[in-house]
Ligand binder design. Structure first.
Ligand SMILES: Cc1cc2nc3c(=O)[nH]c(=O)nc-3n(C[C@H](O)[C@H](O)[C@H](O)COP(=O)(O)O)c2cc1C
Length: 208
């Protein structure tokens, strides 16, 4: 029966790498858990353990508690290392230039880059929340390669039309837009031109 019904839950891989902005990966995991019906597979790179601690005061174990499954970044034998393990895609947030370069060149020496390469070869969604500035020509060339291979290049650049007042509001807006790419609509930030968005703008205008 299980075989006939197949998989009902959606599955998403979330990787957190050592670029600044560890909060994006953490917030995505929280939003996915709140959404329900989505099985999350987490990979945290060694460098991300450092940024998670420095930026969020969190340990890899704290973050693992937010995911359904956690795989060590060196575990190349994890399920997500194979295309035969079905997933609906992968988000790398934040994505370092080092990891982006590994994916662009196909040098998949760890689980994050291998799982990302699987997404590309299986024609699944791969979103890279690249965080670096400024960017030199080598960075841009690798990002162009990744875009040609089918990756969604998604620098977490905030939108200001919702008049965010806190860091959390800015992060939520970017995370909502990332999940939109996967058809997961969280509506945790105002949307331009949509009724809820206009109400939110109006409420803030009134000092709410
Ligand atoms: C505090 C801190 C912030 C960093 N921020 C960035 C960044 O924004 N973008 C980036 O590409 N690398 C950044 N790095 C460097 C990466 O952590 C480093 O290149 C690392 O090797 C990435 O490894 P990973 O891709 O396996 O996580 C930062 C490092 C530290 C310690």
């Amino acid at each position: 029966m299980k075989k006939l019904l197949g998989r009902l839950m959606r599955r998403l891989v979330v990787a957190i790498t050592g670029a600044s902005g560890a909060i994006f990966g953490v917030r995505l995991l929280r939003l996915l858990r709140a959404q329900g019906g989505i099985e999350t597979h987490l990979v945290v790179s060694k460098a991300a353990a450092l940024t998670l601690s420095a930026e969020c005061g969190l340990s890899p174990a704290d973050v693992a508690a937010l995911a359904d499954h956690t795989h060590a970044s060196g575990n190349i034998g994890a399920p997500i290392s194979s295309g035969s393990f079905r997933t609906d895609g992968m988000i790398v947030a934040p994505c370092s230039i080092r990891t982006a370069s590994a994916i662009a060149t196909g040098v998949t020496d760890g689980l994050v880059s291998r799982a990302a390469d699987v997404m590309l070869k299986e024609r699944r969604l791969l979103l890279l929340a690249i965080r670096e500035t400024p960017l030199h020509a080598g960075h841009l060339e690798r990002l162009a390669t990744l875009a040609r291979l089918g990756a969604i290049i998604f620098p977490p650049v905030p939108g200001f039309y919702g008049r965010p007042e806190t860091l959390e509001e800015m992060v939520d807006h970017s995370c909502m837009r990332m999940l939109d790419q996967f058809g997961i609509h969280t509506d945790v930030a105002p949307r331009w031109g949509e009724a809820d968005g206009i109400v939110a703008f109006g409420a803030r205008e009134a000092g709410a």
